[in-house]
Design a protein around this ligand. Structure first.
Ligand SMILES: [Fe+2]
Ligand SMILES: [Fe+2]
Length: 167
């Protein structure tokens, strides 16, 4: 018999599947917001990044399946439709990434406490990913702040983001 996944860890991983799906939902809503602002480069970037978050959810989903644990999806809160400014939207995205880092840290603690050694490499991947994500959004926020309310600078940044995919 394979070693069963610790039920508390399974529950926490399930919660994280839903947290990552929520992030994907939030970023897709931001993509729609940027489309409405006529900033298609930002919109494309957030759309691609939304896809990355779905990828994160599926990474944990596949792990649960592999460990013979049950995947359970929950309802996702309605994401915010509008933001005061593009800068406010990016600041909200960075705040969400910081929140996700906290979630991953807690998951890592739980995997450690419950001696879930098999889960730890997955958590290492996510810890490293969150360092990159926070860096990515912090740099994007700096760039948008530098553009301030200057529409021309925002359009230059928009052109740059159009060619970058979601990272
Ligand atoms: Fe994520
Ligand atoms: Fe993320």
């Amino acid at each position: 018999m394979p070693v069963p996944l610790n039920p508390r860890v399974a529950e926490a991983l399930n919660r994280q599947v839903n947290n990552e799906l929520k992030a994907g939902h939030v970023y897709l809503a931001m993509s729609a917001y940027f489309d409405a602002q006529e900033l298609p480069g930002f919109a494309a970037w957030f759309r691609a990044h939304s896809g990355e978050e779905i990828g994160h959810a599926m990474r944990i989903y596949d792990y649960l399946v592999k460990r013979d644990a049950r995947v359970e999806l929950t309802a996702i809160d309605q994401p915010r439709k509008d933001h005061a400014t593009p800068e406010a939207a990016i600041a909200a995205a960075l705040a969400m990434e910081t929140e996700v880092t906290g979630q991953i840290n807690e998951l890592f603690d739980l995997a450690h406490e419950s001696k879930e050694y098999g889960t730890q490499p997955l958590m290492h991947w996510f810890l490293e990913e969150q360092v990159n994500e926070e860096d990515l959004f912090r740099r994007l926020l700096d760039q948008v702040k530098a553009a301030a309310d200057n529409r021309w600078h925002l359009l230059v940044l928009d052109r740059e983001l159009a060619g970058r995919g979601g990272s």
